[in-house]
Design a protein around this ligand. Structure first.
Ligand code: FMN
Length: 183
């Protein structure tokens, strides 16, 4: 394979989202043969099973982007100790209609940043549960619960000095995970 396309799904629509910045910055730690594309989920309709036989164009786009990828990267906020509704909505859309789950078999990594000290750990645990059901092999270690605080990013938007070594090690494991499942 000449290169790896990664579909990055950010679980926050906030303009200045830490998680969007994290998804952008962590992608820069990837090797040259990895390309990260942040998928659009903010324009999806609310999931309604009645629409399964006539999915919206935005849903078809999401599913096509997932199918074109060799790996998934979830970078999520934590809302009320779980995954934000916008992320669950996107996951549900791409999992349907029954038997046409676009996520299945795609190797995934999970990251998250929050202003709270536990750094999205509960949202990530809930997300892992969902991904297990959807037959998504998800990197188990290292876990990455990122505390969004000053210095997380430098002025150029790269991962700041304090977290760079840890997140580079995370990325190295993630790359190996994707390659293992693509082989
Ligand atoms: C509805 C809502 C619920 C939240 N619940 C949690 C929570 O359970 N745990 C947590 O650490 N932070 C929580 N937060 C704070 C988020 O960590 C914070 O808003 C963070 O900036 C969200 O990520 P983002 O910057 O990518 O949007 C919550 C924020 C909102 C708006």
């Amino acid at each position: 394979m000449s290169g790896y396309q990664i579909a990055a799904i950010v679980g926050s629509l906030r303009r200045d989202s830490f998680n969007r910045k994290l998804a952008t910055a962590v992608a820069r730690l990837g090797p040259a043969d990895f390309t990260f594309k942040q998928l659009q989920i903010g324009d999806l309709p609310l999931y309604n099973q009645d629409d399964d036989t006539n999915q919206a164009e935005t849903v078809k786009r999401l599913k096509a982007d997932i199918k074109a990828a060799q790996g998934l990267l979830f970078v999520t906020a934590e809302y009320n100790r779980s995954v934000p509704g916008v992320l669950k909505n996107a996951i549900d859309h791409a999992s349907r209609p029954y038997g046409q789950n676009a996520w299945a078999g795609k190797p995934a990594g999970v990251l998250g940043a929050s202003v709270g000290a536990i750094g999205t750990s509960m949202a990530q645990q809930h997300l892992r549960n969902i991904l297990a059901y959807l037959d998504v092999p998800t990197l188990g270690q290292p876990e990455a619960f990122i505390h969004a605080k000053d210095g997380l990013f430098d002025e150029a938007g790269n991962i700041g000095e304090g977290s760079r070594k840890f997140l580079q090690a995370w990325m190295d494991q993630y790359v190996a995970w994707v390659k293992k499942h693509a082989a």
